[in-house]
Design a protein around this ligand. Sequence first.
Ligand code: 13P
Length: 251
Amino acid sequence: MKKLIAGNWKMNGSMENARALIANIINQLETDEDVLKKCDILVCPPFLHIPAVRHAIYGFPDLRFGAQDCSAYDNGAHTGDVSASMLRDSSCSYVIVGHSERRQYQQESNEMVAQKAAQVLKNDMTPIICVGETEDEREQGKAQEVVAAQLAGSIPDLESFQEIVVAYEPVWAIGTGKTASVDDVAEMHGFIREQLKELVPDADKVRILYGGSMKPENAGALLSTENVDGGLIGGASLSAEQFLAIARAAV
Ligand code: 13P
């Protein structure tokens, strides 16, 4: 399976920063085309920076871009929200849904995440559905139970194969510099693969990403672990050098 290296820029930077970052990524990819042949590269800027990124990568169709969230609804009276159809209209191909920061700060439930993922699919894009336990839950030995419930509740019903991506992001590893050990990642990703077999057709085709303090130094070991089909990268994706060093580690 081709690995997916996805950058989640979160709520960072100005328009000028976004333009500079994407230009830097493109410059580096132009001198190292092997990376794009061997893995899929995706950037997810803040909503307002999507048009600038779209403009910059015009003519570079292998470099994908997407959004960090979308509305659970089609359209209408949802002040401040952005619909999946608007994102499609802006040429997004992926949308992150159910990131732990949204589950935590915006009280997003599994049910809402499933509605958002269904909206993404309905608009011919791929949802990246995030799951992951907190430190307390891991210490109490509940990591698998929590992740199983999140998967069952957040993946919409699929009658036939449709591309979805699952991102396992242990909450305690996000932005902390702490990374799950390769053994823990292997165990959880294997568990997620088994759970997916109960939940979706063709579970073997679903890419399962790891996210949480992924850096060039640890990317090689994490990305060569069984059932790790890519990475969802926060902090390190704000540097073109670090982001592409992670992508090179994937190939
Ligand atoms: P960091 O890579 O900064 O830990 O963030 C991970 C993440 O939340 C990606 O969605």
